[in-house]
Design a protein around this ligand. Structure first.
Ligand code: FE
Length: 183
C-alpha cells in the first residue's frame, strides 16, 4: 500500500513544477493549500486531501495540461478515483468535491466570485458555473460538505506568489498515516 506514497512524491517531482493557469506551480499551490489547512487546525485527513487535491492534473499531465485553456477534464474526479485505491473517503471525497464547493460558494456568497483567481473564474463556466439554489441546497446536505468547503477555501488561499512554499516532504508522514489500514 505504501507504494502509492512513493508514486505520489514521484508525481510531485515529475510534474509539480508545472503551472496550470495560475501564477505559481502546482507543487507550490498544493503545498500552500495543505499548509493553510494545517494552520486552520483541520484534521490530518483534510490536510492530506488539501495536499493532494489537484493530483488529477499530474495524472493526465501532458504538454497541454492547463486549467485555463479548456483542457480541464475533471481533474477532481480523476484525482479522487486514483486516490481511492489507498485512501478512505475522508481524503477522497473532499478532493472529489472541491470544484463543486467553488460552484456552491459562487451561489451562496455574493463576494466569493470576485476574490477567485482569474484562472479559477475562467474555469468556472466550463465546470458548470454557479450552482442553482436547489443544487446548492442539495450540496449543503452532503456528508462531506464542511470538509469540501474548508478545502475549497484553503485552495483559494493557496495561490500566494510572494511567500515561500513549505517543503512538501514534511507531509510524507501525514500521507502515510492517512492510508487506509490493510485488513
Ligand atoms: Fe487547487
Amino acid at each position: 500500500m505504501s507504494a502509492i506514497v512513493s508514486e505520489i512524491f514521484e508525481l510531485f517531482a515529475r510534474f509539480g513544477s508545472r503551472r496550470y493557469g495560475e501564477d505559481l506551480c502546482l507543487q507550490d499551490h498544493m503545498g500552500q493549500t495543505a499548509a493553510m489547512a494545517q494552520s486552520l487546525g483541520a484534521p490530518a485527513s483534510l490536510v492530506v486531501a488539501a495536499l493532494l487535491h489537484d493530483i488529477g492534473y499530474f495524472l493526465h499531465a501532458g504538454p497541454e495540461m492547463s486549467a485555463s485553456d479548456g483542457g480541464d477534464i475533471g481533474h477532481e474526479a480523476v484525482g479522487a478515483a486514483w486516490l481511492s485505491r489507498a485512501f478512505d473517503e475522508e481524503v477522497t471525497v473532499p478532493v472529489a468535491l472541491h470544484v463543486s464547493a467553488k460552484r456552491y460558494l459562487c451561489a451562496v456568497e455574493p463576494r466569493y466570485h470576485e476574490q477567485l483567481s482569474e484562472a479559477s473564474r475562467r474555469s468556472l463556466a466550463r465546470q458548470g458555473g454557479a450552482m442553482s439554489q436547489s443544487e446548492a441546497a442539495a450540496f449543503a446536505k452532503e456528508l462531506a460538505f464542511d470538509a469540501a468547503v474548508l478545502l475549497r477555501r484553503c485552495d483559494d488561499q493557496g495561490k500566494n506568489t510572494q511567500t515561500a512554499t513549505p517543503d512538501i516532504e514534511r507531509y510524507r508522514d501525514l500521507v502515510i498515516a492517512a492510508l487506509r489500514p490493510i485488513d
